[in-house]
Design a protein around this ligand. Structure first.
Ligand SMILES: Nc1ncnc2c1ncn2[C@@H]1O[C@H](COP(=O)(O)OP(=O)(O)O)[C@@H](O)[C@H]1O
Ligand SMILES: [Mg+2]
Length: 334
């Protein structure tokens, strides 16, 4: 009975469907995948968190999801299908330009530097609206003001300012306003609150959650903050060396991580409550692209559960329970 009910509440088709996605960077020592043969479905109206140490490929994945990877990077293979829109890997320049902002928008990591330094914020918003053929430009400004106020920014001053007149934290909030301006259905947020102090961080994340609900958005949130994962996200994708180590509903992953990497990652994060030194540093360092082994498990050198098969056999990302996948040779049961 339970199984039947679960099935009927499963979304029919994902909002985003990624298959066999490889994204490589050309370096002085060769071409290396930063995202490797990745398969991922993102359910409509969900908040999906992507976690993993620095260098795991999180930002590269998010940029690929707008087909925005630039030289020395490129999408080497794969498809990224948006429901009702098709595979954006095949889009030409103009279709991509329209798609970005109107259908899916991104707040880039370190986005506080992406504004045009020579124009006031309000004028840039109008430019954005114009370039996408928005008829009611006043509405765009009005909504920007409302959003600014909700995020505790002085609206008038923000819209009449130049980038250099705003603090890092203000610019980060402004970039969220830009991402939402054209009412996209999908929002990709790459560590969107790193320039904010802790209190503003939780406030802005709360606003993001509210807007996600109000607009029925599909949201992808890259974060290194487990508190954010616990409070905000429905699902979590754990990335390591350009691969998915594990993905699962957030509560299940936090309660019982199955992949040794997820386990180490969760142990390494200081709890909001309790002594700071409860956190155990992750042993070893993440791999550089050229160090990622071609065969076997990419995490084996740091794995406490390493077995002989891990040196030669590449673990498949396999479904171990509905909506839950793990790439590990261990026998795992959720
Ligand atoms: N422009 C670039 N040139 C070469 N390597 C890059 C470039 N950008 C990112 N990388 C490499 O790709 C890997 C993934 O990077 P990134 O997607 O930024 O990871 P994350 O966002 O998880 O920190 C890292 O090893 C990083 O060094
Ligand atoms: Mg990043």
């Amino acid at each position: 009975m339970a199984a039947v009910m679960e099935q009927s509440t499963m979304p029919a088709a994902p909002e985003v469907r990624i298959r066999n996605l490889s994204v490589a960077y050309q370096t002085s020592t060769g071409l290396f995948d930063a995202v490797h043969k990745l398969d991922l479905d993102i359910p409509k109206a969900s908040i999906t968190a992507v976690i993993g140490e620095s260098g795991s490929g999180k930002s590269t994945l998010a940029m690929a999801m707008l087909n925005s990877v630039t030289f020395p990077g490129s999408i080497r293979s794969g498809t990224i299908e948006y429901a009702g829109r098709g595979d954006i890997v095949t889009f030409d320049r103009e279709r991509l330009r329209r798609f970005r902002g109107e259908h899916a928008a991104m707040v880039f990591q370190a986005s506080q530097d992406t504004l045009n330094p020579l124009k006031r914020v309000g004028a840039q918003l109008l430019d954005l609206a114009r370039s996408h053929g928005v008829k009611d430009k006043r509405k765009v400004l009005r909504e920007a003001r409302e959003l600014a106020e909700r995020m505790a920014l002085p609206a008038d001053r923000t819209l009449t300012s130049y980038q250099h007149e705003l603090s890092g934290g203000m610019r980060q909030r402004v970039s969220i306003i830009f991402a939402l301006a054209l009412h996209p259905q999908i929002v990709l947020l790459d560590e969107p609150t790193t320039a904010l102090d802790v209190l503003s961080q939780s406030h802005v994340l709360e606003i993001i959650r509210e807007i996600h609900r109000e607009r029925g958005l599909t949201t992808l949130l890259i974060t290194h903050d487990m508190g954010v994962v616990a409070e905000l996200s429905d699902r979590v994708v754990v990335m390591y060396a350009g691969r998915i180590a594990e993905d699962a509903p957030s509560r299940e992953l936090l309660r019982r991580p199955l992949h040794p990497y997820s386990q180490a990652l969760i142990r390494a994060i200081p709890r909001l409550t309790g002594p700071l030194d409860d956190a155990q540093a992750l042993p070893g360092a993440p791999l550089e692209l050229r160090q990622i082994p071609k065969a076997g498990c990419v995490f084996r050198d740091r794995c406490p559960a390493r077995m002989p098969v891990c040196d030669t056999g590449t673990p498949e990302l396999r479904e171990v329970a509905p909506g839950r996948r793990v790439a590990c040779h261990l026998e795992v049961t959720p």
